[in-house]
Design a protein. Structure first.
Length: 375
């Protein structure tokens, strides 16, 4: 086994396995073979002490097949209806397949909003933790039925990466219809070679990903790379491999050089900072002066009112806000201790003036460094 594979697999206990639509469903509907293979492998690994969360796409593809609607472009409401019809068949197929191994499964449907709100995020986390403790395999999908554009994850690669942060997993395995990252899109150039190891997702690596999405899902290689980048920032590796390879998990864990491994770098975000960076949506903007930008970037400091020049948008205390420099370039994301109204009163103020301006003794920092992620 190569050194980097050994490193990636050593100490893995909790993992998220994401399966794409084109893997679980084909033209003939749900692929029983794939679902049965997954159930067998996940059950076996679970019995060996691994904790596994499955993120499975396929509801829409499955619904289309079930309702016998030929492929075409669908409206959002139609896709939601297909997902509603397909999700029940999808979960039923998993139920049946896992029950053969006496493994229990649970269905978790999430929207972006569920993870944006810290309270709901923590609720989802607690539920998942209990399921894992009870040795139940959670099967997660986007709650497509209610997820309109603004609250959509967009694709399950992003959802899977967020679930890695949510359950603090040690590894993400992304099972896709493509078996690795290739130098070029192999659908366009069959002579392109696979890349077994990526140490850093550079612009050159990004250029290797074709722009075309997969056959059934919404993802495509670009979104696999984005998921890899996200989990890598948490210090978590990702392995991209083919979901149609029999015994793929076995092969990965025995150290076979299947797929592409994306290794994390040295910088590691905490789960909380990861949530700030990827789970929340900024509700407003703070324009910082040069001194404040330097203090955040180079000094690892908290943001004080003295460094804030302008406040854009309306938000409450605790909201996620984007910090930009005076030219509008993004600097950081963070959770603010003050509402937009309060901030407008204390713009540029020194810490000792906060109480006088607000009429109460507020926090010294607008954003504490523990609640701040540099971009
Ligand atoms: N949630 C969608 C489904 O189950 C799939 C999203 C994706 O393709 O990534 O059909």
């Amino acid at each position: 086994m190569s050194e980097s594979r050994r490193e990636v697999l050593a100490g893995v206990r909790r993992l998220v396995v994401k399966v794409g639509s084109a893997v679980v469903a084909d033209e003939g509907g749900l692929s029983r073979e794939v679902i049965e293979g997954l159930a067998a492998e996940v059950s076996r690994f679970q019995r060996q002490g691994y904790e596994i969360v499955l993120v499975s796409s396929g509801a829409i593809a499955c619904g289309r097949r079930k309702l016998e609607i030929p492929s075409r472009s669908f409206t959002l409401a139609e896709k939601q209806a297909l997902a509603a019809a397909g999700q029940s068949s999808l979960i039923q197929a998993y139920e049946e397949a896992f029950s053969r191994y006496e493994t229990h499964v649970a269905q978790i449907l999430l929207t972006r909003e569920d993870l944006e709100d810290r309270r709901r995020y923590l609720n989802a986390r607690n539920t998942l933790r209990v399921l894992l403790r009870w040795r139940v395999v959670p099967i997660v999908n986007e709650n497509d039925t209610v997820a309109v554009e603004e609250i959509q994850f967009g694709d399950n690669d992003l959802l899977a990466a967020l679930v890695v942060g949510l359950v603090e997993a040690d590894l993400l395995i992304c099972l896709s219809e493509v078996d690795a990252l290739y130098e070029r899109d192999p659908r366009e150039d069959p002579s392109a070679r696979p890349i077994p190891l990526v140490r850093e997702i550079t612009p050159e690596i990004e250029a290797m990903a074709g722009r075309r999405p997969g056959r059934f899902g919404r993802g495509g290689m670009i979104s696999k790379l984005r998921a890899a980048k996200m989990v890598n920032s948490l210090g978590v590796p990702m392995i991209l491999a083919s979901g149609r390879t029999p015994l793929v998990l076995e092969r990965i864990f025995s150290g076979e050089e299947v797929g592409t491994v994306f290794l994390p770098g040295k910088r590691r975000l905490s789960a909380r900072k990861f949530w700030i960076a990827h789970g929340t949506k900024p509700e407003g903007r703070l324009v910082l002066d040069e001194g404040a930008v330097r203090a955040l970037r180079e000094g690892g400091k908290s943001l004080l009112p003295a460094g804030v020049r302008a406040v854009e948008g309306e938000f409450e205390r605790g909201a996620c806000v984007e910090c930009v420099d005076e030219a509008g370039h993004p600097v950081a994301l963070g959770l603010t201790n003050y509402s937009s109204g309060e901030l407008r009163c204390i713009l540029g103020a020194r810490s000792c003036e906060i109480e006088e301006k607000l009429g109460f003794r507020g926090r010294e920092e607008v954003i504490h460094r523990d609640d701040l992620v540099l971009l």
